[in-house]
Design a protein around this ligand. Structure first.
Ligand code: ZN
Length: 92
């Protein structure tokens, strides 16, 4: 028997367009915790079939949070270029 929480997790309703159709995908996402950025790859998400909105399950979000707060070593490190928006206008 499934708990109510499990059943709610199986149901999908896009909060952007209210579509109930989705497909599973793996994405990479950047998380910011206490001023540090973490890139997490291969995260399972539900992608809205209509508008493409990515929805993380509560369980997935919790797992990522625990993982990033643990002593787990990252598999690799990358450097990231940071830009400010809006771009500086080139007055010549
Ligand atoms: Zn949608």
């Amino acid at each position: 028997m499934k708990s109510l929480a499990e059943i709610q997790q199986m149901m999908f309703k896009c909060h952007v367009c209210n579509s109930e159709e989705f497909h599973q995908a793996l994405v990479s996402e950047i998380f910011q915790i206490e001023g540090k950025f973490y890139l997490v790859e291969q995260i399972p998400v539900r992608v809205c079939s209509r508008c493409g909105e990515e929805v993380f399950s509560r369980e997935t979000t919790e797992r990522i949070r625990v993982m990033l707060h643990s002593e787990l070593k990252p598999i690799k490190s990358i450097s990231v270029d940071v830009f400010a928006y809006p771009p500086e206008s080139k007055a010549s």
